[in-house]
Design a protein around this ligand. Structure first.
Ligand SMILES: [Mg+2]
Length: 250
């Protein structure tokens, strides 16, 4: 067993970061080697590894069975920190639940627009219907205007999500950094889209390392090309040690 590293805390986005983005969000595929690599890294970091995603925790757990990782789901609305799980209750969001019912009807005749009901948030995807982008964005913003200040729109890649204003990857990473075994460590956060930028902000403020996968404006300090490039780096870190991150060569 390799030495335990107590210097770093590793935070990883899921879609577009650990796995490739696919046209239908429920069709995402996890590389067969990934769960074992993450488990090895988790041990090497003394448990300070967490997945920070917009997906529900249940969904992520299902893709990574039988392994169990710390994680933040729904942009932090639910989380598992040091194995302690805190879930979001959809019953606490009656106005959002009502909206989910209405959205199905609003997009009924829009082929290729997918509504992803996550319980405490809802995402409108237009990856299969790029020409419907303006319609989807207008729908999301009109919905949030009707819901009031307790909700906001989170923009992603070919997706707009309506979620409680309290949610955010930066906030939840901050929360992890106040708890053992994350506390006092240098954070590394790897993400791929707008959703991750406020996570980068938190990590940069803590003197940590922010890593953006792929193209696009970013405040991240280093960039990697693709999820496969990141998986190669994670494997290197898992088997050879947590190295200072230098970019392309991990
Ligand atoms: Mg992502």
């Amino acid at each position: 067993m390799p030495d335990v590293n107590e210097d770093y805390a590793l935070f990883l986005d899921f879609d577009g970061t650990l796995v490739d983005i696919v046209e239908r969000p429920d069709a995402v595929a996890v590389d067969a080697a990934l769960p074992d690599v993450l488990t090895r890294l988790q041990r090497r970091l003394g448990g300070a590894l967490a997945i920070i995603s917009g997906r529900p925790v249940d969904f992520l757990d299902g893709r990574l069975v039988p392994h169990v990782f710390d994680m933040a789901g729904l942009h932090g609305l639910e989380h598992r920190i040091a194995g302690r799980l805190s879930m979001c209750d959809p019953d606490e969001h009656p106005a959002l639940r009502e909206l989910v019912g209405r959205l199905g009807k609003i997009v009924a005749d829009k082929e290729g627009i997918l509504i992803e009901d996550k319980g405490c948030s809802v995402a409108i995807h237009w990856r299969l219907a790029p020409h419907e982008k303006d319609f989807a964005l207008a729908t999301a913003h009109a919905a949030v205007e009707a819901l009031g200040p307790d909700y906001r729109v989170q923009h992603g890649k070919a997706v707009a999500e309506i979620l409680p204003s309290a949610a955010g990857k930066g906030k939840v990473i901050e929360r992890f950094l106040h708890e053992s075994p994350y506390k006092g460590r240098r954070p590394i956060f790897v993400g791929d889209d707008l959703t991750d930028e406020n996570g980068f902000k938190t990590v940069n403020a803590h003197g940590g390392l922010s890593v953006r996968i792929g193209a696009g404006d970013t405040i991240a300090k280093v960039r990697l090309g693709t999820p496969a490039d990141l998986r190669h780096c994670l494997s290197t870190w898992a088997f050879e040690g947590i190295l200072p991150f230098k970019g392309d060569d991990c």
